[in-house]
Design a protein around this ligand. Structure first.
Ligand SMILES: C[S@@+](CC[C@H](N)C(=O)[O-])C[C@H]1O[C@@H](n2cnc3c(N)ncnc32)[C@H](O)[C@@H]1O
Length: 270
């Protein structure tokens, strides 16, 4: 639900997940969030009862979500729910985790790395740690709520790091910087056009850069956040179409991994 808080410095809008909460519980949570984010002086809330459609609901209606709808949805799931603790948090992800290990296998100190869809920084913290003081990391997310949490987390945990934060659609993001490694993990299944996303990220690689992807398979989409349910065979086709490269896809448990190496091109034939 969308809430409006009247603060001393103006009116601000923010999202509170409706889900399993009763209206009074949601109001109480809205006040808690407003106090936390905008200070004790917030006194009034209003303008609520505008439900956020999930990505899956929008797709089921026969079309893909717009960027604005995706942004509203991810902002809404990035907000806390008392029933789940801080819902949407990946910040506990440890260095041993499968996709962290996969990414770290390709990252060296001093590299320039981009992560597309960083959420609240669970994977990002390890990428930032791996490039070290000499490196540079760009973190993108479509949700300003997720990105804000990410920035707060990383800047406290790794205050020495050089990190750039961008609230943007990763499928159209542009910069003059080029990257040694681009990490697009657990994002392909969320975006309307995965080929456009991959094509854009591939373009941002240095000539010998690598694009790393991971995609969940045979898993539940409990929040309605996926617009694709990929099968194992889909991924090599999407990567091939978008980059012109033949890519080997590897399955570990319920995750598919692939690395597209721009410096070692193997032509893709459909
Ligand atoms: C499941 S999380 C992945 C987090 C992290 N990459 C990881 O592997 O732990 C997906 C993230 O992608 C973001 N996202 C979805 N669509 C996006 C888009 N078009 N551009 C940028 N970020 C997007 C969501 O807001 C969410 O934070």
């Amino acid at each position: 639900m969308r809430y409006t808080a009247h603060t001393p410095s103006g009116v601000v809008e923010f999202w509170v997940p409706g889900g399993s909460l009763s209206a009074p519980e949601r109001d109480a949570l809205a006040i808690e969030i407003a106090r936390r984010d905008y200070g004790d002086a917030v006194v009034t809330l209003g303008g609520k009862e505008e439900p956020v459609q999930t990505m899956a609901e929008i797709k089921a209606s026969g079309r893909m979500p717009t960027i604005e709808e995706a942004e509203a949805f991810y902002d809404s799931i990035a907000s806390p729910r008392p029933s789940d603790g801080w819902f949407g948090s990946n910040q506990h992800i440890s260095k041993d985790f499968g996709r962290v290990q996969y990414a770290l296998g390709h990252i060296k100190p001093g590299m320039s790395v981009l992560e597309a869809g960083c959420a609240d920084g669970g994977l990002s913290q390890h990428l930032v740690g791996a490039v070290g003081k000499e490196g540079h990391v760009t973190l993108l997310d479509i949700s300003s709520v997720f990105l804000g949490r990410c920035q707060e987390f990383i800047s406290k945990r790794l205050p020495w790091a050089t990190v750039e934060y961008q609230r943007t659609d990763a499928a159209t993001f542009t910069t003059r910087r080029r990257f040694d490694v681009i990490v697009a993990m657990e994002i392909l299944e969320h975006v309307p056009d995965p080929r456009a996303l991959i094509g854009n990220l591939y373009r941002l690689l240095r000539k010998d850069g690598k694009l790393l992807i991971s995609v969940p398979v045979d898993t539940e989409d409990s929040l309605g956040e996926h617009v694709h349910d990929f099968k194992e065979a889909d991924i090599a086709v999407i990567l091939g179409d978008a980059t012109g490269q033949h890519v080997t896809v590897e399955r570990q448990g319920n995750t598919l991994f692939a690395a597209v190496d721009k410096g070692n091109q193997v032509a893709y034939v459909r």
